[in-house]
Design a protein around this ligand. Structure first.
Ligand code: FRU
Length: 601
């Protein structure tokens, strides 16, 4: 396995340095003497900035009538070629003087002369690898999902967001809402960097009893402000998340020495009448308690000598699930690197929580919620109504090993489907199983059922007419004693994605070596392995959305989420075994139509 030890450190260090510099001084003083000033009178809706993915970053300050708006940001204005355009909404400044001030001279890069006003920007969602039923930002970069909360009839999804380019940086909280976890409407970003730094991951709670004093039922965001130090901050909204006010007493939780001190996830713990925060503290999770979200007391620390420690611990989440009437507590801990399949992945622990301490059950840790390479930093929704009762989850559908390089245009990276979590027994021990939320079934616009088959090798050709790469496959396989069989998605370009059931070695192995256009050796190189227990039959559910595959085996006991970047959509399904025959039953293909139930933005 490639040694990825520096991946996040490099990323974080670069971002922190840039923002630390940015935050030290007033905006105007940041700029070199020969800095380029682009000045216009605002007449149109957008300012379009030409971006080159691999250009170096230049610092940019937006000013309206000579007053700086927000913090300076880092942007890759084109040097040699324009890869895509990033829009900045400027309509609110109509008739006013707007200046972009750069800390480079006018002749430093060709992109400066291409900046232009425009009445429109193409939000058509037709780019080659644009997901049709997964959330992805209209433009720019996303990583972790943040602040998921249900409130007043809406599911909120905030997300780590760079609105100024398709690489990690300038971390904001983007914002989207949905009434059904399927159709997402993107709203203006919710939180932008400030003097305390960039806005890293965190959560939102509904303060029903006004414990913080921001107002009854305030949405309170608890997040990491990241500059040279990582500290925890608050912001609140009294208008269903449409606008947030940062708390003037920020930060509310600091640490003098721990560098990786981030990603607060908070819930109300009724038995002790206090808020509980899980926080990633380098190689452990520290639990804090608070009566008012503003003052926090350390309760306990978890993690020494258990689970995987090959990378930084991030994005914890502690929540209860019941199994056969008994309440168990589950602790999610994302780690990068340290995934069994390289790069980033989310491990979990099952145990008990007494309001202070999490005590894990003895299980064969590390356990992973998804053994694919592309489900990271996922956490669960707060405040889902009791009558719904589901524990709802969403993850980031990428991997720090290559997230900054995936071959998409205008945007980079997407979220997994919203999923329901439950405890299940895999025959050997309890596992956290996950499956797509039932609302996804509303996307099924066309259903094709194929005849059952018993064969050594068989291929179902032409799964869909006009296959646009957004569909779902379900079937079951009875191996009839074979201990090694596979199924593959194929296209006419000779590309394929293969799932191998290596029962003799108790492994479900995904091979995406020939699945995608080449863009990163690490992406294609490795076989992606998940543990598999021998069963008489396997039920398969596979959701494909242009550039992603989410595989759920036996109702989510084993899950693999893997991105793919094929030249054209996969439209054939081949089964194969080296020994004996397979019985393949109930093969059903659902076209998942985004056009009717469209994800509206
Ligand atoms: C996880 C993570 C978090 C951090 C955020 C920064 O992917 O590294 O720990 O808050 O991303 O964007």
């Amino acid at each position: 396995m490639k040694n990825n030890n520096n991946t996040l450190k490099t990323l974080t260090a670069a971002g922190l340095l840039a923002l630390a510099v940015a935050c030290e001084q007033p905006a105007q003083n940041n700029l070199a003497d020969d800095s380029y000033m682009y000045t216009i009178e605002v007449q149109q809706k957008y300012l379009l900035l030409p971006i080159e993915n691999e250009a170096t970053e230049v610092k940019m300050q937006l000013l309206v009538e000579n007053t700086p708006i927000g913090e300076p940001i880092n942007i890759r204005i084109a040097q040699n070629q324009i890869d895509y355009w990033i829009p900045i909404e400027i309509e609110a400044y109509k008739g006013k003087k707007l200046t972009l001030s750069f800390n480079e001279a006018q002749n430093a890069r060709m992109g400066f002369s291409k900046i232009k006003q425009s009445l429109s920007y193409n939000f058509a969602y037709q780019e080659k690898y644009r997901p049709q039923y997964h959330f992805s930002p209209q433009y720019g970069w996303t990583n972790d999902p943040n602040g998921m909360v249900y409130h007043n009839g809406e599911y909120h999804l905030f997300f780590q967001y760079n609105p100024y380019g398709c690489k990690w940086g300038n971390m904001h909280w983007g914002h989207a809402v949905s009434k059904d976890l399927v159709q997402w409407q993107q709203l203006p970003y919710a939180l932008a960097p400030d003097k305390l730094g960039a806005i890293y991951s965190g959560c939102v709670v509904i303060d029903k009893d006004n414990t913080a004093g921001f107002g009854k039922d305030a949405m309170v965001a608890i997040f990491t402000s990241a500059s040279e130090q990582q500290v925890q901050s608050l912001a609140y909204s009294l208008d269903n998340g449409r606008t947030f006010t940062k708390y003037e007493g920020n930060p509310v939780l600091t640490h003098p020495t721990i560098v990786d001190f981030r990603d607060p996830k908070v819930f109300w713990y009724a038995p002790t009448q206090q808020w509980i925060m899980s926080l990633a503290t380098s190689q452990s999770i520290t639990f804090y308690g608070s009566k008012n979200l503003k003052e926090w007391t350390q309760l306990s620390e978890f993690g020494e000598g258990i689970g995987n420690h090959d990378g930084v611990w991030e994005c914890p989440d502690l929540f209860p699930l019941t199994y056969e009437g008994q309440t168990k507590w589950v602790l999610f801990v994302s780690i990068n690197p340290g995934s069994p399949n390289g790069g980033s992945a989310t491990q979990y622990f099952i145990g008990n929580f007494d309001g202070k301490t999490f005590t894990p059950d003895p299980l064969p840790y590390p356990l992973w919620i998804d053994y694919g390479r592309d489900n990271y930093a996922g956490v669960t929704w707060n405040n889902v109504p009791a009558e719904d009762g589901r524990r709802l989850f969403i993850g980031w559908m990428s991997n720090w090993d290559y997230a900054n390089e995936v071959p998409t245009t205008n945007f980079r990276n997407a979220m997994t489907l919203a999923r329901t979590l439950n405890l299940a027994h895999n025959g050997e021990h309890l596992v956290v199983a996950s499956k797509p939320v039932k609302e996804i079934e509303r996307l099924r616009s066309e259903t094709i059922s194929l005849p059952n088959k018993t064969a050594t090798t068989t291929t179902f050709e032409q799964l869909l007419n006009n296959n646009d790469g957004a569909y779902e496959l379900t079937f079951s396989i009875i191996p009839n004693g074979s201990d090694n069989f596979s199924f593959s998605l194929l296209n006419d370009k000779g590309e394929e994605l293969t799932y191998i059931f290596d029962i003799a070695n108790k492994a479900l192995v995904t091979n995406r070596a020939k699945s995608s256009v080449a863009f990163n050796a690490n992406f294609a190189a490795m076989l992606i392995k998940a543990p598999l227990t021998a069963k008489k039959s396997y039920t398969i559910r596979l959701l494909v959305d242009k550039a992603s595959t989410e595989l759920f085996v036996n109702d989510g006991e084993v899950v693999q989420t893997n991105t793919i970047f094929p030249t054209e959509a996969y439209n054939a399904l081949r089964f194969n075994t080296d020994k004996g025959t397979l019985s393949i039953k109930n093969v059903t293909i659902y076209k998942l139509s985004a056009s009717e139930t469209a994800i509206s933005y």
